[in-house]
Design a protein around this ligand. Structure first.
Ligand SMILES: NC(=O)c1ccc[n+]([C@@H]2O[C@H](COP(=O)([O-])OP(=O)(O)OC[C@H]3O[C@@H](n4cnc5c(N)ncnc54)[C@H](OP(=O)(O)O)[C@@H]3O)[C@@H](O)[C@H]2O)c1
Length: 307
């Protein structure tokens, strides 16, 4: 079969022949229809993600839409394995998959599930979110941020404020449900939110804390800051006063802080929300043969490799 193969941690993937996989006990041999190229895909493949397995050569691909031998379409989250979804066929643990409704667009699902899952699971499993809460999204113009805006609204948020760097891209979020859009130097306007969904971390997140916390009408009101992505920096110089001057609670949401069973339990409802169009998705299908160019491409769309 054809597969994208990464020979070493610092090497880009090449599309080449690869031995066909043979299922062992409990595994399903499946045909891959579409697999998203996410930040997690690259980080796991180059060894920089905390959940990276470390062995090479490897076939990347952390999730995707596959067809099993009975003809069911499934969305699957791969376990740590050297054979991912960037291949014509792969092996899956069916317990880490969900059967999709008929008539779905595999590319749309493959593009959406990883970025959408980040806020969906964070709000459902990491904080006691309920309708009527006010939410601030940091890094709202990215794929995950755009979906966080929509998912917070879907879950009944009373107000969603979208924060980012680019005012033109921010403006487009109003059509997706953002009540207000702000740049990081205007963060005081989001002072009274209940939840922060943070995709940036680094300087922008640390720099936003004091202006946001000190402008709160009631500093004793709980503020749940959910750390999800670190696109602006892996570390953030958080002032100690931030943790004392207001009722700030910082929690993370990702593989490890949320058990795999909790992620999996949320998949059917999320897949259905994506399939029915409740969440707007930016997807671009690219043939698997073009994986090397796609790997380093800069685009606002989520690239989805199609074998
Ligand atoms: N924990 C989880 O479950 C989970 C799941 C999915 C994603 N993530 C993480 O979440 C982050 C965002 O993912 P994504 O899929 O939304 O990525 P994306 O589509 O590539 O968007 C990233 C956004 O970040 C902004 N950005 C980039 N560099 C920045 C900087 N130095 N300072 C401030 N903003 C910056 C850019 O917005 P502007 O240029 O418009 O400002 C860009 O639109 C990544 O770190 C990803 O790994 C985590």
């Amino acid at each position: 079969m054809r597969a994208a193969v990464i020979p070493a941690s610092d090497a880009p993937p090449v599309c080449r022949d690869h031995p066909d996989p043979a299922p062992r006990h409990g595994e399903l041999l499946v045909e891959v229809l579409a697999a998203g190229l996410h930040h997690l895909t690259r980080a796991k493949a180059n060894g920089s993600h905390y959940s990276s397995g470390g062995g090479y050569p490897l076939v990347p691909g952390v999730d995707g839409v596959v067809r099993d031998e009975e003809g069911n379409l499934r969305y699957v989250v791969m376990d740590d394995t050297p054979l991912g979804t960037f291949a014509e066929r792969t092996l899956i643990d069916p317990r880490r998959s969900v059967i999709l409704p008929g008539g779905i667009d595999p590319v749309r699902i493959a593009a959406a599930m990883n970025p959408a899952m980040s806020s969906w699971v964070a709000l459902r499993r990491r904080v006691g979110f309920h309708a009527g809460r006010r939410v601030l999204v940091l890094g709202a113009t990215g794929n995950a941020g755009r979906m966080a805006v929509q998912i917070a609204k879907l879950f009944g948020a009373a107000q969603v404020i979208a924060a980012g760097r680019d005012t033109t891209r921010l403006k487009a979020l109003t059509a997706l449900g953002a009540d207000e859009t702000i740049t990081y130097d205007q963060i005081g306007r989001a002072a009274d939110v209940d939840v922060v969904i943070d995709y940036v971390w680094g300087e922008p997140a640390a720099g936003a804390m004091i202006p946001l916390l000190t402008a709160r009408a009631d500093r004793t009101a709980p503020l749940d800051w959910i750390q999800i992505g670190s696109i602006a920096g892996a570390t953030a110089p958080i002032p100690s006063a931030a943790l004392r001057s207001a009722r700030l609670q910082i929690v993370g949401s990702g593989i490890g802080s949320v058990p795999a069973r909790d992620f999996l339990a949320e998949l059917p409802e999320l897949a259905s929300a994506v399939a029915t169009g409740a969440i707007d998705v930016r997807a671009r299908a690219v043939p698997l043969a073009q994986v090397a160019q796609a790997w380093t491409a800069e685009t606002d769309d989520r690239i989805v490799l199609v074998p």
